[in-house]
Ligand binder design. Structure first.
Ligand code: ADE
Ligand code: ZN
Length: 326
């Protein structure tokens, strides 16, 4: 596209990435064989054909099934390392990555296996690729608040290794306020709070995340644009919004990227950035997301640069590190 060189060249931070959503079918098939676990497809073509979603839940069912082959520290390391090597090519210099421990502990994989595998790859990524990183532990919102407290408890030995907590999985029917006490406790522990809100759920969920929970970042946030008062709050607080264009398209949050809120959000002075969410499932890593949104909304070079700047401004990097990129 017209801005491919600019997009490729820009240093970027990725702030909305589920590491289990970067698990490519090739690696999944290799690890399935290594661990002697059955998977429902035999070829790359069969896998890709199954990745055809009409809503968030259809994706989540396949996403949780895919990660079932992950059993050992090595598996979690290999998945994380593959992501880092891939986005090095996209000039990602910093990543703040979600992981979904409950999707592993619920099937008997200990928290430590998950965390140590991911952390080993992140450490290697900084040493060998120069990519800095932070980890965000996400709670599955289709589970109870009590289950979230159990996770918070069993993760205590690793608390120094993550910067924040997240809220993801099935949104509708599971509003932020279901987890009020849990996030209050996480805030007291010093964690940043990043909540998925307004992906499929109504603007009211974004309002709860922002005003009742005190979210530091809103993941997606598309439907906030239905509420002018909420737009005003997002502008005044400069709360980062982590938009994911190809995810929105794959999960039918949008039927056309031309309807994406990103350009309006930029024009309204909101701190929006572009991310890949689950690149192995949605057809593109971060640069492909920049390409797709730039093309669909006819973004200017200045707007593309603003999106990359916003990715650093919205990060949890220390101010001096941010300043190098903003
Ligand atoms: N888990 C992984 N990707 C997700 C998404 N886009 N929304 C909610 N939960 C998720
Ligand atoms: Zn997400």
């Amino acid at each position: 596209s017209a801005h491919s060189d600019l997009i490729a060249r820009l240093p970027k931070a990725e702030l909305h990435l589920h590491i289990e959503g970067s698990f490519e079918p090739e690696l999944m098939m290799a690890i399935a064989e290594r661990n002697r676990v059955d998977i429902p497809f035999k070829t790359l073509e069969e896998a890709k054909a199954a990745y055809d979603f009409s809503n968030l839940q259809e994706f989540l069912d396949i996403y949780y099934q895919g990660m079932n082959v992950l059993r050992t520290e090595q598996d979690f390391h290999d998945m994380t390392w593959a992501y880092l090597e891939r986005v090095k090519q996209d000039n990602v210099v910093h990543v703040e990555m979600f992981f979904d421990p409950q999707a592993h502990t619920e099937r008997g994989v200990p928290f430590g296996v998950v965390a140590e595998g991911i952390l080993a790859a992140l450490k290697r990524g900084e040493a060998e690729l120069g990519i800095t990183s932070e980890l965000i532990m996400s709670f599955l919102r289709h589970l109870s608040e009590g289950a979230g407290f159990v996770l918070l408890d069993e993760s205590i030995p690793w608390h120094e290794h993550f910067i924040g907590v997240g809220l993801d999985s099935s949104e509708v029917g599971h509003p932020p306020l279901k987890f009020r006490g849990l996030f209050e406790r996480c805030r007291e522990l010093g964690f940043k709070l990043c909540l998925h809100a307004g992906e499929e759920g109504p603007p009211e969920y974004v309002r709860e995340a922002l005003l009742d929970i005190g979210a530091d970042r809103i993941d997606h946030g598309n439907r906030a644009m239905e509420d002018p008062a909420l737009i005003q709050v997002l502008r005044d607080t400069q709360t980062p919004l982590t938009n994911c264009p190809l995810s929105n398209l794959s999960l039918c949050v949008l039927d056309d990227l031309k309807k994406s809120p990103v350009k309006t959000q930029l024009e309204e002075g909101l701190l929006v950035c572009v991310n890949s969410d689950d690149p192995a499932y949605f057809g593109g890593y971060i640069n492909q997301n920049y390409e797709a949104i730039s093309e669909a909304l006819d973004l200017s070079a200045g707007q593309i640069i603003q999106l990359a700047r916003n990715s650093f401004a919205g990060s949890f990097l220390p101010e001096d590190a941010k300043a190098r990129y903003i």
